[in-house]
Every structure is written in structure tokens, then in C-alpha cells.
Design a protein around this ligand. Structure first.
Ligand code: MG
Ligand code: MG
Length: 258
């Protein structure tokens, strides 16, 4: 069943996603060569708790930390570690969730450490554009497949590949609600979109093959060919006036510019 949210409920989901955005901005300020992913995790946990919320991923399905931090060829669900230290030219996908006032936030951003190569910069740019193109299709009367195909088309037209094994989802009183929101598919197919739905759209786009490996740690997903992968995620509400993005990437981008 797909939960339909009231306007008041959507505002509570927005509050969560704005806190997630601010947390990602705070993490982004600390991203530099020499910092470990466990240090970034501690910064995020402290930030979330100091704003009266609870980290949503900590303990979720047994996940041990506040953030999923995935470096370079890691796609998603990387576990923070003191042994994973950022270095120049890395890319760092940070996925963050909160629980506050009975609702969830869930968003992700891929950061760069210093200068990255031109093709890696393009991967990040195209992944974020794919997310935006998908979100523009999040309108009442469209179907999930309209979002999915828009994401896939933009990624593939630019020579990249779309991960199949992991998908976006509904968001609300639960972290993962129906419907599933794949990043590949056919226009006009899948569940009908209605006013009051809130979806997390989260393309995971690979530089090389779309194939992924699930690592022995039970969490980390990486590309089979060990080429880089990018992940951007935001929550979008379907309103009578069209898509309403509940996450604020601007606050993240302003933070990392300084
Ligand atoms: Mg997420
Ligand atoms: Mg998600």
C-alpha cells in the first residue's frame, strides 16, 4: 500500500530532510584529505542529536553507524571506519537519515576531495542531473516508470550505467515505504503517482559496468569493475502544483564552496 500524506505530514518530512541537508553540509565542510570516514560519522551523529533528532540508519537492520559513506568504487552502504582515510581525488558518497517528530528524512550527496579527473566530475554532474530529470516527472497522473526512464535515459545517453539491484522508495513514518522507485524502466509503467506521495529518488550511476558486488561485510556494495560510482538522493513530494523537493542541495553546495 502506498501511504498518502497530508500537507502537515509533508512539512514534517521536509523538516527532517532539511536537517539531513544541514547535516550533509556540516559533513561536507569537514571533507578533506586526512580525515577518516569514522570521524565524519561522529560529526554527523553529534549534529543530528544536537538538533533533537535521531540518526535513522544507526541500528537499522543492524547497520552500525549514522552515515553510509561509500568511497570511489563503493556504490552505497559503506561502513565508516577509522582505517578509511580520505585522500586527494577521492569521491565520497554520504547517505544520511534522521527521525524526528515521527517521520523520516533520507538524502545523499557525492562529494569530491580536492581535484578530481574530468570524467569523474562528469559522472557526478550527470548523476545529479539524472536525479533532477527524474524528479521533474514526479507529478500526479504520471507513473513510477516515467521517473525511472528519465533517470536511466540521461545517465545512459552520457555513457554511464545504472545500478539495478538498489532502488529508491517511498518515505514517511517509515524509512522505506512503497512504492519502489527504480532508476531504470519504461515510461507509462508502474504505480500511478498521486498527490500526497513522498518519494526518495536516488540514482546510483556507474562509470563502467552496471554490475555490482555485495561485499563480505554484509553491507558495502561496490562496482564489479572497481570503476567509480556516484549517488545522489533527495525526497520529493507530489503536490497539486507538481514536484516539491524536500531536500536542500543548495545548503550543501554553499557549505563546500567556502
Ligand atoms: Mg539514503
Ligand atoms: Mg533512500
Amino acid at each position: 500500500m502506498i501511504n498518502i500524506k497530508t500537507e502537515e505530514e509533508i512539512e514534517l518530512i521536509r523538516e527532517n530532510n532539511l536537517l539531513v541537508s544541514a547535516t550533509l553540509a556540516e559533513v561536507g565542510r569537514h571533507i578533506k584529505p586526512g580525515i577518516s570516514t569514522l570521524e565524519l560519522d561522529a560529526i554527523a551523529e553529534e549534529f543530528i542529536r544536537s538538533h533533537g533528532a535521531v540518526p535513522a540508519f544507526l541500528g537499522y537492520g543492524g547497520f552500525p553507524n549514522t552515515l553510509c559513506i561509500s568511497l570511489n568504487e563503493q556504490v552505497v552502504h559503506g561502513i565508516p571506519s577509522s582505517k578509511l582515510v580520505l585522500k586527494e581525488s577521492d569521491i565520497v558518497s554520504v547517505d544520511c537519515g534522521t527521525i524526528m517528530k515521527g517521520f523520516y528524512g533520507d538524502s545523499a550527496y557525492t562529494f569530491t576531495v580536492g581535484e578530481v579527473s574530468e570524467d569523474v566530475a562528469k559522472l557526478l554532474k550527470v548523476t545529479k542531473e539524472s536525479l533532477c530529470k527524474g524528479a521533474m516527472k514526479a507529478k500526479a497522473g504520471n507513473r513510477v516508470g516515467d521517473i525511472a526512464s528519465a533517470v536511466q535515459l540521461h545517465a545512459e545517453l552520457n555513457g554511464f550505467s545504472v545500478v539495478r539491484e538498489l532502488v529508491g522508495h517511498g518515505l514517511g513514518r517509515n524509512l522505506h515505504e512503497e512504492p519502489e522507485v527504480p532508476n531504470f524502466g519504461s515510461r507509462g509503467r508502474g504505480p500511478l503517482l498521486k498527490v500526497g506521495m513522498v518519494l526518495c529518488i536516488e540514482p546510483m550511476i556507474n562509470m563502467g559496468t552496471k554490475s555490482v558486488i555485495f561485499e563480505q561485510d554484509g553491507w558495502t556494495v561496490r562496482t564489479k569493475d572497481r570503476k567509480p560510482s556516484a549517488h545522489f538522493e533527495y525526497a520529493v513530494a507530489i503536490t497539486k502544483d507538481g514536484p516539491d523537493v524536500l531536500t536542500d542541495f543548495n545548503v550543501i553546495e554553499n557549505a563546500i564552496k567556502q
